[in-house]
Design a protein around this ligand. Structure first.
Ligand code: S3P
Length: 183
């Protein structure tokens, strides 16, 4: 485990990673399995703004979305015993990573560009991928963000895993590192 984290200061499980790597679906199921609340930062931003992410991007631009995202991350990072998933770009702000890591064990979910494209094209809208060449954009963003995602305590490749397998892996690592394994 990085950064000298001890089990004393770990309360939250944080999921970061690119769009389409399964953060929301894994986070929801993991929270159920651990009997915790699940917080999806994108959902909180949408609820607080009364607008969808796409509407926020269209009306006010990405910089405004990043500000709302940062405020939300600061607030939710202060909670305890949560499973928290953040949008794919949140990691680019160092303050977000510091806040999330303060009490959280951070897991980065990864997937191949092809799987990311398959998953994102059939799910909810991602304004950043609404471009002429979404696959080119995925490759560009992945390359640019690689070092940011590498800041996680653990990186899990979900390309060949189903949701339950990812959930079990995170649960196992969490119980081991947080000292919360009942056995
Ligand atoms: C973004 C990812 C999205 C959402 C917004 C920007 C990004 O969240 O926050 O569209 O910059 O990668 P998901 O990763 O949950 O799709």
């Amino acid at each position: 485990m990085k950064k000298g984290k001890t089990h004393r200061n770990l309360s939250n499980i944080v999921l970061i990673g690119f769009m389409g790597t399964g953060k929301t679906v894994v986070g929801r199921r993991l929270a159920q399995a651990l009997d915790r609340d699940f917080i999806d930062v994108d959902e909180v931003v949408e609820r607080d703004a009364g607008l969808t992410i796409r509407e926020i991007f269209t009306r006010f631009g990405e910089a405004h979305f990043r500000k709302l995202e940062k405020d939300t991350i600061r607030k939710v990072s202060a909670a305890d015993n949560k499973v928290i998933a953040v949008g794919g770009g949140a990691v680019m702000d160092p303050q977000n990573i510091r806040n999330l890591g303060e009490k959280g064990l951070v897991f980065c979910l990864k997937a191949s560009p092809e799987v990311i494209w398959e998953r994102t094209k059939k799910t909810r809208a991602r304004p950043l991928l609404e471009v002429d060449d979404p696959m080119g954009e995925i490759l560009k963003l992945l390359k640019f963000r690689q070092s940011y995602y590498a800041q996680a305590d653990y990186v899990l490749d979900t390309t060949h895993l189903n949701i339950d397998e990812v959930v079990s892996k995170i649960k196992e690592l969490w119980e081991e590192k947080s000292g919360r394994n009942p056995g």
